[in-house]
Design a protein around this ligand. Sequence first.
Ligand SMILES: [Zn+2]
Length: 211
Amino acid sequence: MEIANHIHLLEETKGSYVYVILGEEPVLVDTFFPGRSDKVIEGLRKIGLEPTDIAHIVLTHHDVDHVGNARALRDLSGATLWAPKEDLPLLRREQADKGFRRVIKAMMKVEVPEVDRVYEPGMRIGNVEIIPSPGHTPGHVCAHVDDVLIAGDLVTTRNGKLKPSPGFLTYDKAALKRSLREVGSLRFDWICPAHGEPVQRGNLWDALIRP
Ligand SMILES: [Zn+2]
């Protein structure tokens, strides 16, 4: 599904959507559940790409459904793998997760990827502006391209409604609130979450952050 010019959602990754931004340096945002790189590759081929066409793989955060195929896809593509610095100890399992995440990580084995580079404040990767948005995890980022926000797990959608990342998966609730306000100050028309279908912004974001 083409969200906007050059920005695609890979429908094969329903459940934890992967997005692709075309351009001189094509960018893949997130990598789906572990062991399912075939789904990502199938989605890429539908839009005329091979894994080797991908220049950058951008991870929004360390959760298994986002980093699941990072290692396999990095190996296949030769792309540069990017991740948030604050999430690295969790991604590398040097730091233990809390609560429900501990259960999920025990259930789903992920091949820990080698991260090539970490985000720096205010940076762009290809056409993509990286927006720090901590809360769901310590280093969560969104990807902002033109009038599209690829939201990772900052928000989810269901039946056209917008919700913040669920509380039981929130690492820092105060940080999440701040991130929602800050990201809301950006200009975008489309909200593209990992979980749920893309929605047009309208007044949805304002309703979300209203006190
Ligand atoms: Zn998550």
